[in-house]
Design a protein around this ligand. Structure first.
Ligand SMILES: [Zn+2]
Length: 57
């Protein structure tokens, strides 16, 4: 897994959010965090942005 920002090496880190323990990819270079939820949210917000742009045009 390479960092999408800096192409640095990413490693799995275990985080806990109250009851849920999940693994995220963390960049050793710039500290960027990637996990499935973040990726899904980014895809949704991108889709939302695109629809807004379509409406405004
Ligand atoms: Zn990075």
């Amino acid at each position: 897994m390479k960092c999408p920002k800096c192409s640095g090496l990413m490693y799995l880190e275990r985080l806990s959010d109250f009851f849920v323990i999940f693994n995220v990819w963390k960049c050793i270079n710039c500290g960027a965090i990637m996990d499935k939820t973040i990726l899904d949210n980014r895809r949704k917000s991108l889709a939302a942005l695109e629809s807004v742009e379509t409406i405004s045009q």
